[in-house]
Design a protein around this ligand. Sequence first.
Ligand code: MCN
Ligand code: CUN
Length: 784
Amino acid sequence: MSTPMGFGRMHRKEDARFIRGRGGYVDDVNLPGMLYGAILRSPHAHARIVSIDTSAALAHPKVKAVITGETLAGLNLAWMPTLSADTQAVLATDKVRFQGQEVAFVVAEDRYSARDALELIDVEYDALDAVIDARKSLDPDAPIIRDDHEGRADNKIFDWEAGDKATTDAVFAQAEVTVTQDMLYPRVHPAPLETCGAVADFDKVTGKLTVWCPTQAPHAHRTLYALVAGLPEHKIRVISPDIGGGFGNKVGIYPGYVCAIVGSIVTGKPVKWMEDRSENLMSTSFARDYHMRGEVAATRDGKIQAIRVKVLADHGAFNGTAQPTKFPAGFFHVFTGSYDLRAAHCEVTGVYTNKAPGGVAYACSFRITEAVYLVERMIDVLAMELGADPAELRMKNLLRSEQFPYTSPTGWEYDSGDYQKTLQLAMDMAGYDALRREQAEKRDRGELMGIGIAFFTEAVGAGPRKHMDILGLGMADGAELRVHPTGKAVLRVSCQSQGQGHETTFAQIVASELGISPDDVDVVHGDTDQTPFGLGTYGSRSTPVSGAAAAMVSRKVRERARQVAAAMLEASPEDLEWAVNESGGAWTVAGTGAGKTIQEIALAAHSSLELPEGIEGHLDATCVYNPPNLTYPFGAYICVVDVDPGTGQVKVRRFIAVDDCGVRINPMIVEGQVHGGLADGVGMALMQLMAFDEDGNHLGASFMDYLLPTAMECPSWELGETVTPSPHHPIGAKGVGESATVGSPPAVVNAVLDALRPFGVRHADMPLTPAGVWRAMQGNPIRT
Ligand code: MCN
Ligand code: CUN
């Protein structure tokens, strides 16, 4: 694959080290004298701590320190703020509130001794009743989980609503047809290949703290450490090295990170702490857990008029969701989806339960996963009610291209779209009519084949800073670009890739703006000492925000180059034209052949050339990009399944995915993102589930029980694209990193339920395991 001058397919620059096993991850960091930490975790979902005896552990010859909640309380660090302005116990002092919660931290000379010493800590617990089912959390006799909150009388976190209730109710009251459906988007976990961990190194002499951890938001982490621990921010360096997958699991600050820092301060040595798989599955950010009731009002001929939604959101024991402050339910209220309707209203109630905190993770675009699932299931429920074809029903109700920019009933301003075209392309690729004929024939023979459609619109690229912040930090991103004398460049950005290929695509952005090769642009990220401030990589915001910053800073550099070129050519800057041809970018004097390449200009900018008054030498610039709006990628997905009528086993036979993420910087990387997200979606729809028993014991704490999809469950994806540029993004790009995870679960579920149509099944909750499908076929779709 040749290297393009700007946008286009090119192999990932980072793969050169990844495929040689030369990536550098947190666990690869080994410092002289480094100690190892391990966390003692609660076996109970809810229990009062009576006493903790650490004496035997401390007597272990290799143990250097044992830290408990009491130790931390002395430092005012027993509790830390969450990203949702709640508090979370770093190490439990009063009670444990979920199974797997952090209780004590052992620091020892080696990993094994640290683990061994955990067994020597004696904790006496007084077990309490646990709240596991969110639907029982608000019962009058439910135990109060957060009795650390003064005056708290129940387990409610918040009530939140969006849209216009009165208008929506009025439309429902008049409607010819209404349908209602309860559904659960179950608790799932992003389960990245690399678990979480940290190496903390506090230098007593300089007072500098260096923390290596796989964070998706290095700058936000640093500022929070400074605010919480009272350490001077310039004395904290957060380094996020190569990351083995994040998927939202690595946005938050976990107790283990704080423990590693305290461990280093206490012992005066660097301390490494790495989770194992069970710890990751049990205690780090989960996703979803939304109990939803959807209602749709429509005319008898299938025009949708209004949607009404009620949600019970299970946030676990601490409200640790990572999302913009003003959005307690994330971006869930984009649930009117891709459809043109008159009114909408939603009410979301967030509650505490005795489960791990989290909620916004796993390629969710801040809960748009749940929103898209809801509306796309509801469309199919309506289609069943009306006896309509789900594709036709969608075509009839999709927003039309002339309606953009479009303001939704819940206040989102969709930037651009051409939805019918995208759905039509997916249907053409699928051979939709032929598939329906095949299905009819198979049904006659008693075979179960299903065709599922989902159309999604996402809102990605948070800010602007005026509307969106995390704990007061506005969502805008900096970028710095320096062109060296020889015309090679270094771009510094605040976001941090976990596998998305930023070192390649961000180099391509600079390359296309400056007319140089992406191979000549180094992208520096993931180190707060080396990069400008910004909010990080999640909610598919890197391309919409940091990517825009990369384009804008390149344009600033190009403008500076124009001034330098004008001095070189003894021409007026206004008379120069920018052009990129096969040999690269150059400023040329209009109408003449005279011109200077960006490389010649770079050298001159560092030379003795006399520059005009006010024009600085060198060739570099900085910028902060504050996005005017989110970007709204969309897509049409069609899934074809075969269901074994004897076992309920679902086979995904085909999956057609047409994505529109505006201008594609690197189509190969975009396709990789879509492939990954589709696999995630198949996994969630068919097999992934974080389950608990009624005492709160975690039933999915290993990959034996928490099932991830493999190539065996995935068909050969059939991808298509349409390109509707974002009008406000400097290069017309929209984010794509979560699109397929958002869009694919409803397509798979719709397909399975379409296959089960002969059984009259209207809905069954994910995951549609063989047992779940079997139950649905028996007329009992509810999991117990
Ligand atoms: N891209 C492009 N053209 C576009 C849009 C994007 O070439 N029009 C490229 C980007 O430049 C980038 C990649 O596609 O290299 C993803 O871009 P973007 O949509 O901006 O998403 P982010 O980079 O912000 O990544 C975050 C997103 C999220 S929130 C989750 S969760 C997720 C995802 O990315 N986690 C991932 N994809 C993942 N992929 C991998 N391998 N690992 C993860 O942890
Ligand atoms: Cu919601 S998971 Mo991604 O935003 O890191």
